[in-house]
Design a protein. Structure first.
Length: 81
């Protein structure tokens, strides 16, 4: 997973529940509840993460109140962040 050439995996309006936009990067994001997630992201969602405007999906799924994710790093595809 490099993100480039893939579809954005952040929440959105696609039938599968994802954004579906053209991904530009694979990012590692995390929240204060220690969730770490690797996702392909479009430019729009990269900006959301940078501005603390993207929510942690595992927290939302668990019924937690809104919990912002922060950028931990870029995922290089070789197993290293």
């Amino acid at each position: 997973m490099t993100g480039v050439g893939e579809r954005c995996q952040f929440d959105g309006q696609e039938a599968d529940g994802t954004c579906g936009g053209a991904a530009v990067i694979a990012v590692v994001v995390g929240c204060v509840h220690e969730h770490l997630i690797i996702l392909s992201a479009c430019q729009y969602h990269v900006e959301d993460v940078a501005h603390d405007e993207a929510d942690c999906q595992p927290c939302l799924d668990a019924g937690e109140p809104s919990c912002a994710v922060a950028l931990v790093g870029e995922f290089s595809g070789d197993g290293h962040a």
